[in-house]
Design a protein around this ligand. Structure first.
Ligand code: UT7
Length: 329
C-alpha cells in the first residue's frame, strides 16, 4: 500500500508594513549598521504597530492568503496549529482566536511553544494527523510578534528580532511527496541561556518584575551561538545520513534565520553552496517561529514538484530539529 504523507499544498505569509532599519536602531541604542550586519546579517526587520495588534493579526492574514491561493474556504480546515512564544494572551490559545477571525468553524486548534523550532515541531505534529488519515486539511502557522517582548534599550537583543508570520497547508499525498522524515530534539538545560524571566506561573507579573524588565527576552548570545552552530549542523547531517542524502540530492536548505554565521556553518557541514540556501534574514531579522515558513513563502515560485528540502532550526529551550520533505507542487 502506498504510504500517505503530509504534503505542503499552499503557503501564505504576512509581514507588518513598518520597517525598522539598522540606521533607526543606531539612534535608539549604542550600535552601528556595520556591527549588526557583520555579526548577524540583518539590515532591517518588520514591526507590528498599532493598539491591540497581536500575533493573531499576522497569523490570520497568512492563513487567509494560503486559503485564497488554494481556492478553499476556511470552513474546510480541520485543524490549525500555531507555533508561537508571543500568543495574543496566556489563554485562550491564539489558534482559537485565529479560527474565529477567519471563520474556520469546523476546525479545532492549539498553540505550540517551541520557540525558534516551533514551526518544525508543529509541522512534525500536524503531519501525524494527515498520515494517520484522521484529517484532510491541517494548517500550520509560525508567528511571533517579538517586538512585544524585546527591550529596545538592550542592544544585544533589540537588533536581532522582528515580527512576522508564515503558514502552510498540509494535505494527504500518496505520490511520494510530503514530509519524509524528521528529527526533533530538546534540552531543558538550555533554558538558562535564553528565556523570559517573568510573566509565567513561576514568577507572575508584578510591579517589581516590570520595573526589573523581566518581561523581555533574556539571551546569553555567545552560549546560544555555540550550541546553535553545533546542534543545527549536527541534526541536519543526521537527517541527511539516515535518508542517504548527499549534498547533490538537496534542492534547498531552509534554515531558521537567527544569524547568517549559524546558517553558513550548517550549510557548510551539509556541503551546500549559497545558491541552495534560503536566506532573508537581511530583510526580516529573526521572527522566531516565523522564519522558516516566511522563507517558503518568499521562495514558493522557485520551488518545483519533487524538490528535496531540508528545514533546520535551533532556538530557545533549547529546541532544535530538521525535517526532510519533498515539495509537492
Ligand atoms: O533564534 C534564537 C536563538 N538565538 C540565536 O541563535 C542567537 C545566537 N547568538 C548570536 O547570534 C550572537 O551571539 C549575537 C548576534 C547575539 C551576538 O554576537 P556576538 O558576536 O556573539 O557578540 P558578543 O555577544 O560576543 O558581543 C561582542 C561585543 C561585546 O562588547 P565587548 O564586551 O567585546 O566590548 C558586546 O557588548 O559586541 C557588543 N555588542 C554590540 N555592539 C554593537 C553586543 N551587541 C551589540 C550591538 N552593537 N547591537
Amino acid at each position: 500500500m502506498t504510504k500517505t504523507r503530509a504534503s505542503i499544498t499552499a503557503v501564505g505569509g504576512c509581514v507588518p508594513e513598518y520597517i525598522l532599519t539598522n540606521q533607526e536602531l543606531e539612534k535608539m541604542v549604542d550600535t552601528s549598521d556595520e556591527w549588526i550586519l557583520t555579526r548577524t546579517g540583518i539590515k532591517e526587520r518588520r514591526i507590528l504597530k498599532g493598539k491591540d495588534q497581536g500575533s493573531s493579526v499576522m497569523a490570520a492574514k497568512a492563513v487567509e492568503e494560503l486559503l485564497q491561493k488554494r481556492g478553499i474556504g476556511a470552513e474546510e480546515i480541520d485543524l490549525l496549529i500555531i507555533a508561537t512564544v508571543t500568543p495574543d494572551m496566556v489563554f485562550p490559545s491564539t489558534a482559537n482566536i485565529v479560527c474565529d477571525m477567519i471563520g474556520a468553524k469546523n476546525a479545532w486548534g492549539y498553540d505550540l511553544s517551541g520557540a525558534c523550532s516551533g514551526f518544525l515541531y508543529s509541522l512534525t505534529t500536524g503531519s501525524q494527523f494527515i498520515e494517520t488519515g484522521m484529517y484532510k486539511k491541517v494548517v500550520i502557522v509560525g508567528v511571533d510578534k517579538m517586538s512585544a517582548i524585546i527591550d529596545y534599550q538592550d542592544r544585544s537583543t533589540c537588533v536581532i528580532f522582528g515580527d512576522g508570520a508564515g503558514a502552510v497547508l498540509l494535505e494527504p499525498d500518496q505520490g511520494g511527496n510530503g514530509v519524509i522524515d524528521s528529527v526533533m530534539k530538546s534540552d531543558g538545560a538550555g533554558c538558562k541561556h535564553l528565556h523570559m524571566k517573568a510573566g509565567g506561573s513561576r514568577r507572575p507579573s508584578t510591579r517589581e518584575t516590570v520595573d526589573n524588565k523581566e518581561h523581555f527576552v533574556y539571551q546569553e548570545g555567545q552560549a546560544v551561538f555555540k550550541h546553535a552552530v553545533k546542534n543545527m549542523a549536527d541534526v541536519t547531517a543526521e537527517v541527511m545520513e539516515r535518508n542517504a542524502l548527499t549534498s547533490s540530492d538537496i534542492s534547498w536548505l531552509v534554515p531558521h534565520q537567527a544569524n547568517t554565521r549559524i546558517i553558513n556553518a550548517t550549510a557548510k557541514r551539509a556541503g551546500l553552496t549559497a545558491d541552495k540556501i534560503m536566506v532573508n534574514i537581511q530583510k526580516f531579522g529573526n521572527t522566531t517561529a516565523g522564519t522558516i515558513p516566511l522563507c517558503l513563502w518568499e521562495w514558493e515560485n522557485q520551488l518545483k514538484k519533487g524538490d528535496n528540502l531540508l528545514l533546520s532550526s535551533f532556538g530557545g529551550g533549547f529546541t532544535w530539529g530538521c525535517i526532510y520533505l519533498k515539495w509537492a507542487y
